[in-house]
Design a protein around this ligand. Sequence first.
Ligand code: NAD
Length: 259
Amino acid sequence: MSNQLQDKIAIVTGAASGIGREIATVYAKEGAKVAIADLNLAAAQAAADSIGPNAMAVAMDVTDEAQVNAAVAQVIKTWGGVDILVSNAGIQIVHPLEEFPFAEWKKMLAIHLDGAFLTTKACLPHMYASGRGGSVIYMGSVHSKEASMLKAPYVAAKHGLIGLAKVIAKEGAKHKVRANVICPGFVRTPLVDKQIPEQSKALGISEDDVIKKVMLKETVDGEFTTTADVAATALFFAAFPTNALTGQSLVVSHGWFMQ
Ligand code: NAD
């Protein structure tokens, strides 16, 4: 433990599972107080219990403005502020575009883009008022830079997060609020485990081929990115002290996408 986030207060959405849970764990190890904000309150509570006394679970559907505002207010009331927001909650739905149900397109954009907007809107006034500045981190994807078949709303939303981060970087600068995007390659989490059989069926290839010939095909070494890789990047963005690093997006993908 090196206490890079000593006395910081963080809210991580979608932190009951996968990447968000690992980020919350690393932030707490580095001295932060961490709110595990998730749709699944029981899983969020289990994550908070395993992290320890510096973690609290809060119920939050990131698409619901009242729930977002209530959860952020609960964190402010308990800990007195918020210094770091990691907007990470996300799901995946795959279909060819011509078959994509409009309701599912809207659900994807609501979770990935409305969720980022609503949580940022709720946290920014507290970051601005504190005088300490803050760090807003969006969980993008290689799909913030690159496209894959069957993922129209995911790719559109993940590209959109980069635009949102650039605006927050400009608006937040005078308050020392930075905004950046992490763009991971494939990470073995429940979100990806669900996609393997779905893509196998949609593309008519074996599950092994989905992993080797679709997901990891363009990497430099055929390796999955890990939750630890992504959490280390999230720590770097959260701990970075100045506006020198803002409005950026960083790809962590075993070379799948190179800028
Ligand atoms: P995961 O399924 O393990 O965890 C996602 C969490 O988000 C779950 O705890 C779920 O309950 C929560 N969630 C879903 N909808 C929500 C909502 N409306 N409000 C609040 N919480 C909600 O997924 P993960 O792989 O850890 O993904 C986390 C983020 O990382 C997502 O934004 C995803 O797009 C992104 N990402 C994942 C990968 C990957 O390969 N796993 C790669 C690049 C980007």
